[in-house]
Design a protein. Structure first.
Length: 347
């Protein structure tokens, strides 16, 4: 619940309050003071950064604008799963991740309840009703009106309120995203507002940033959105790499450590990645090493190898950064020593 601190009392105190608050806004925001209307860029930024973030369960519902309220039931790749709490998410993730080249499917069981981007909770009775929610989400994303999830404001913050004559009418302390969204959704055409800076924000990479103006808020949002796009691209590339690994058979083209290429140790051996996250090395039709692999992503794509049964292949055990990849060549670089590299080529 937002808390309104009205300026009351005798006229002298009212004038003093107006003068001091306007002066404070001038000092930290610029000219006259930098107040915003309901349709301003800052209002839109604050509204979108405070929308409900439903992206945490996208592996279930595929909709970042909303989330499924638990308990719920779903068929995951044909297996019925009762999701009573967020602890049960791991069961869903495990089923979806069992194989990396299958066609995953999640069939939600209706009726179910959903929390939408404006914090409204609704009962969804069938797939048609749910499709309407998905379509609304897609429309918001395509029109640039979906939630900005790559930047989080640290609360509390204070909103200074003004009338259209730029006279300060009060201040509002905002303590949560929901309160901020509610406030921004209800700013009328006869109201103006200004953020009392500085505020701090947390970016998608985990770093904290101090923001001193509306312009700096916009700059931080731009940077965080760019980072989010990089993360999304890396996630998409990780899926492409998984497909290339499973569909091909590889050999070690080069393995360089301390400036020495020891690829000759692997010249007669092929490397085969299975779709259940297992990998094996085969020499003359004989399996000489077995192990597991994992593909992950952050800002970059990573390939983790873990071989057993062969000293030479155990040397490849590492979490490798994927420097580049095509359908025929995968170039890897050690995450702990940039001078160590591994190149796999498809046979």
């Amino acid at each position: 619940m937002k808390r309104l601190k009205s300026i009351t009392g005798i006229a002298l105190m009212a004038i003093f309050g107006l003068t001091s608050c306007q002066s404070e806004v001038n000092e930290v925001q610029g000219e006259n003071p930098n107040t915003n209307a309901a349709n301003s860029t800052t209002a839109n930024n604050l509204k979108r950064t405070s929308m409900y973030d439903g992206s945490f369960d996208d592996f279930i519902d595929g909709a970042s604008c909303s989330s499924i309220l638990l308990p719920a039931t779903a068929k995951v790749n044909g297996i019925q799963v009762s999701i009573l709490s967020q602890l049960d998410y791991q069961q869903v993730i495990s089923i979806l991740g069992q194989f990396n080249n299958d066609q995953d499917s999640v069939e939600l069981q209706f009726p179910l309840r959903v929390r939408t981007s404006n914090y409204t909770e609704v009962t969804v009775n069938n797939q048609t009703e749910y499709n309407a929610i998905l379509n609304a989400c897609s429309s918001a994303e395509s029109s640039g009106q979906a939630a900005i999830t790559s930047l989080n404001i640290n609360f509390p913050i204070t909103i200074l309120t003004y009338n259209v004559s730029l006279q300060q009418t009060g201040s509002v302390v905002i303590t949560s995203e929901k309160e901020l969204f509610t406030y921004m959704s209800n700013v009328s055409s006869t109201e103006l507002f200004a953020v009392k800076y500085p505020i701090t924000v947390k970016l998608i990479d985990g770093t904290q940033s101090t923001v001193n103006s509306d312009a700096e808020l916009q700059s931080n949002i731009n940077a965080s959105v760019t980072t989010q796009a990089t993360i999304t691209q890396a996630e998409q590339n990780s899926k492409k790499l998984e497909t290339i690994l499973v569909n091909g058979t590889f050999k070690v083209q080069s393995f360089i450590t301390a400036g020495v290429d020891s690829a000759n140790n692997y010249k007669d051996t092929t490397v085969d990645f299975a779709n259940d996250w297992k990998v094996k090395a085969v020499t003359a039709l004989t399996t000489t090493a077995t192990g597991t692999y994992a593909v992950s992503s952050e800002l970059d794509v990573f390939l983790k190898l873990n071989f057993t049964g062969s000293t030479s292949f155990s040397l490849l055990n590492n979490t490798w950064k994927v420097a580049s990849f095509t359908t025929s060549t995968i170039t890897l670089q050690s995450t702990t020593n940039a001078a160590v590299s591994l190149v796999l080529t498809q046979i």
